[in-house]
Design a protein around this ligand. Structure first.
Ligand SMILES: C[S@@+](CC[C@H](N)C(=O)[O-])C[C@H]1O[C@@H](n2cnc3c(N)ncnc32)[C@H](O)[C@@H]1O
Length: 283
């Protein structure tokens, strides 16, 4: 995928992926010009939560700042809502007629996102609760421990005939209908081999969203792609991926993760080959 005025940073030609170091609003405007009827089967968006305002949390038993970076600072409810409306309206234009949008967020942002989606005429499909079995303890002891995030799933509009892989979801849930409460731990160390992102999503969560709402060969977009979790999950499930990220350090991380996952799947020797090589070295 080429977007006029933006360089695709993915150098691995064999990968069905495009990655842009840019403001997603600019990239989406260029894409809308090139594809006025829409070009994505699915969009997963994990936007800024606007919670980096000097608070504290607990990490590995220590008190640390909750601040994630300048991109996550709140500019007040109205400006935050205008921003959510701006990127969501572009996502809506970029969805194919039957495409769907997933948006994750905490209480700091999800109500504005949901309201903007209602204003824009998205058709709400589900509000998924992601329950974290191992949340950080609540240091202030003035509220319940925060242990969930919400993921809204919506179709482009009321006319859309969205795709839902009901059978695959049922099969994943011991042959019972999959409920809208999902339990996933935070990403483990083996998902952080190439570096860390402060709000990295678990791979299993992204794989479920993608498997539920797309088929092999479909095109998945992530406007706030961070460490590239959506890209790695999409490519692993044989989908095509396009992502945008504002911060250069996360663009580099996303690129490393996608190329690394591709090499692992295609180049790394199989277990038997590894044993053979060791045998040769011993000789
Ligand atoms: C909540 S994080 C996404 C994390 C991602 N889901 C992952 O698993 O790594 C949001 C990301 O959006 C980026 N961002 C913020 N504003 C942006 C914008 N206007 N355009 C593109 N990226 C943006 C931030 O730098 C941050 O990496």
């Amino acid at each position: 995928m080429h977007i006029y005025g933006h360089d695709n940073l993915m150098e691995e030609d064999a990968l069905d992926a495009s990655l842009y170091h840019a403001n997603c609003l600019d990239v989406m405007d260029a894409l809308i010009d090139a594809h006025p009827e829409g070009c994505f089967d699915m969009i997963f968006a994990d936007p800024p939560y606007f919670l980096s305002n000097g608070g504290i949390t607990c990490k590995a038993g220590k008190m640390v700042s909750v601040d994630k970076g300048a991109w996550d600072k709140s500019q007040g409810a109205n400006v935050n809502h205008d921003f959510n409306h701006d990127w969501l309206s572009r996502c809506q234009k970029l969805l194919k007629p039957n495409g769907t949008l997933w948006v994750s967020g905490t209480m700091h942002v999800i109500f504005s996102v949901g309201f903007a989606m209602q204003q824009l005429g998205f058709k709400m499909l589900n509000d998924i609760i992601w329950e974290k079995p191992n949340p950080p303890p609540n240091l202030a002891c003035r509220t319940f421990t925060h242990s969930t995030e919400t993921i809204l799933w919506a179709a482009k509009n009321d006319k859309a005939k969205h795709y839902f892989n009901y059978d695959a979801m049922k099969q994943e849930n011991e042959n019972k209908q999959m409920k809208s409460v999902w339990r996933f731990t935070a990403p483990k160390m083996d998902e952080k081999t190439y570096g860390k992102h402060p709000t990295q999503k678990p791979m299993a969560l992204l794989k479920r969203c993608i498997a539920a709402s797309t088929k092999a060969g479909d095109v998945v977009f992530d406007p706030f792609c961070g460490s590239g979790t959506t890209g790695v999950a999409a490519l692993g499930l044989q989908r095509i991926f396009c992502g945008v990220e504002l911060e250069v350090e996360y663009v580099e991380l996303a690129k490393k993760r996608m190329v690394g996952a591709y090499k692992k799947a295609n180049v790394e020797p199989s277990a038997s080959e590894t044993i053979c090589n060791l045998e040769e070295e011993r000789c």
